[in-house]
Each structure stands twice: as structure tokens, then as C-alpha cells.
Unconditional design. Structure first.
Length: 340
């Protein structure tokens, strides 16, 4: 029996945000063959988890092997004809569709850079879950879809990143790119172990908290972890040494959203990332990598967060700033010339 539809805002326990685990976990290369043209990736540019997958796909050069659809940044009612179903979530749109309004009717947000579902013709990400007999009730992106079985393969971003990194090399334009190299896997896993709960998910633990104590705990852990990153990146070019890895791709997705969203919207206001010299320079370097820059769409990022959660921003006002400091040159190749 399907669970009641819900979103991340519903995942609270005594005022603390508790993210539930993903439910579809098949593995291409083990459970399914890595065939070009068979799979399709559904993402939101606003979602950091989805964008780590898109960045990996682009860095590997898999655009011709795996298709991509991009939802509108503003959540909509996913059962518009059912008065009793109050779920709002990811919605597809075509570039010539009229602008969306926020869930409570404010604003006007055009479908810039949206890519409709040309595989299933779905209107909502929820449709894909229901086609796959979902029982979780949480309709998240990313979604990796199998056209042959007409079902979801995997909706866990960490899994999808590693599948794109390893399974499709014969179809990749850049098969030499390896962001999870064998000799660094223990180090990468160790870094992910503290960056995920304290930074990637830490900003959500701050922003979605409904009581003061859980917020303060998350805030302290977030900035302790950011300080640790700042110190580490003053000594070496990347999180695990001299090689760019998935740990960097994952951290970047939070850092690029930090100054434009999380400082104000999620109350992560001790300081901006651009005020931390090593992290600022590091973000600029990663943004200069074409595959990583491919996943950055500031319109979608700002619009999604500020227009999809009426409880947090009732009138859906989207801030104008800040200046795009991440597009400026970096000098980390001069500071760490042996890195690659």
C-alpha cells in the first residue's frame, strides 16, 4: 500500500529535521547492463543532490548515453484534481509554458531552462514514482529511469554518481575521468562521513528545524565542519589531497548555494563562503571546470528555495543578490601546482 505523499518538510522529529533514506537502489553494472540510450536522468537544477549527478554525467561526457530532463524550480500541486491531496512537488514544464506561481499563489516564475519529460510524458516527478509502484510517498530527484523496464532504477544520488563514474566508461567521451579512484576510496568515504551530515545535510537541518535547540546544534556542527574544510584547503588543493574526487563534487553543490540561499533562507548566517579565503578560491576553481559549471543554474537555485516553501517564505520573494563572485579567476593551480 502506498504511503501518504510527503516532502522533506514533513520529516521532523521533535523539531529536528531527519532525512529518510532513498528507496530505489538497483545498480547499473550489477543488477542492470550499462547500455547507452536505455537510461534517463530526471533532475532539478535547484537540488544539490540531483546536481552532483548531473555534474558527474557532464564530467564523464555521458550526454549522448544518458538523457536528461529538468523540472521547473517551483513546486506545484501534484494531484491538481484531487482536493484532498495536499502534496506539492516537482513539476515538468516546457519553455513556452506560462509562468508558475508559488504553491499559495504568489509571484510569477517562467520555465527558463526547463526540459520536459520526453520519455514518459509525465507531468510530475510523482507520476514516475507511481509508475514504479512506490510505497514511500516521497517523490524526490534525482531519478534514474530505465526505459526498458519503465521503472525507477535508483533515486539515491550517491549511488548514481558512482554508477556514472564507473559503469558507462565504454560510452563516455571522457573515460579517463575517475572521481572515485581505488587508491583514494577510504579517504573519500571518510571525508563524506563528516561532510554529509554536517554540511550537505547540515544546512537543511538548520533551515527546516522547528525548535531552537536542534537549530543551534546543527548551526554549530555546520560551521565547525566548514572551518575544518577551510583549514584543510589551505594545506592541499582538494579534500583528499591533490586529486579532484567525488567528495569535492558533493561539497561544491552546498557551497555554491550557500551565499545565494542558505545564509539568509536557512539561517546559516555566521558568515558567507566568500568571506573564507580558501573556500572562496576553491569554489572558483571547481566552477571553472566545465562539467561542474554545467550543473549551476542560479535562477533555478534561488527560485526553487524561495518559492516552493510557503511556511518559510510566504510571499515567494526572490532575493536579487549576491554578485556572482564564483565566476572570478582562482589561483589554486599556482598554490598547488602538482595537483591534477
Amino acid at each position: 500500500m502506498a504511503a501518504k505523499a510527503r516532502s522533506a518538510l514533513d520529516e521532523m522529529n521533535e523539531g529536528e529535521f531527519k532525512r529518510k533514506e532513498s528507496t530505489f537502489r538497483k545498480w547499473i553494472g550489477k543488477d542492470l547492463p550499462a547500455e547507452a540510450g536505455r537510461y534517463h536522468l530526471y533532475i532539478s537544477y535547484g537540488c544539490p543532490w540531483a546536481c552532483r549527478c548531473l555534474a558527474t554525467l557532464a564530467m564523464k561526457g555521458l550526454e549522448d548515453a544518458v538523457g536528461v530532463s529538468v523540472v521547473h524550480p517551483t513546486w506545484q500541486k501534484t494531484k491538481p484534481d484531487d482536493y484532498n491531496d495536499e502534496h506539492y512537488g516537482w513539476t515538468f514544464a516546457s519553455p513556452d509554458d506560462p509562468p508558475f506561481k508559488s504553491p499559495n499563489g504568489h509571484g510569477s516564475f517562467p520555465p527558463i531552462d526547463c526540459v520536459p519529460d520526453n520519455v514518459n510524458g509525465a507531468r510530475f516527478i510523482r507520476d514516475l514514482y507511481e509508475m514504479s509502484n512506490d510505497t514511500s510517498g516521497k517523490f524526490t530527484v534525482p531519478v534514474l529511469w530505465d526505459k526498458q523496464t519503465k521503472s525507477i532504477v535508483n533515486n539515491e544520488s550517491a549511488d548514481i554518481v558512482r554508477m556514472f563514474n564507473e559503469a558507462f566508461n565504454e560510452h563516455a567521451k571522457n573515460p579517463e575521468v575517475d572521481i572515485y579512484p581505488e587508491h583514494l576510496r577510504k579517504d573519500i568515504d571518510a571525508v563524506n562521513e563528516w561532510i554529509y551530515p554536517n554540511i550537505n545535510n547540515g544546512v537543511y537541518r538548520c533551515g527546516f528545524a522547528t525548535q531552537q535547540k536542534p537549530y543551534e546544534e546543527a548551526f554549530e556542527q555546520l560551521f565547525a565542519a566548514l572551518d575544518r574544510c577551510e583549514e584543510t584547503l589551505g594545506k592541499q588543493r582538494y579534500l583528499t589531497g591533490n586529486t579532484l574526487t567525488e567528495a569535492d563534487v558533493r561539497l561544491f553543490q552546498t557551497l555554491i548555494r550557500f551565499d545565494v540561499v542558505y545564509v539568509a533562507y536557512f539561517k546559516c548566517n555566521r558568515n558567507f563562503i566568500h568571506e573564507m579565503p580558501n573556500l572562496r578560491n576553491y569554489v572558483r576553481e571547481l566552477y571553472s571546470i566545465p562539467g561542474i559549471a554545467r550543473c549551476v543554474n542560479i535562477y533555478h537555485i534561488k527560485t526553487h528555495y524561495h518559492t516552493s516553501h510557503p511556511k518559510l517564505n510566504y510571499y515567494a520573494i526572490v532575493p536579487e543578490g549576491p554578485a556572482e563572485w564564483w565566476t572570478e579567476p582562482h589561483d589554486r593551480d599556482q598554490k598547488f601546482p602538482s595537483a591534477k
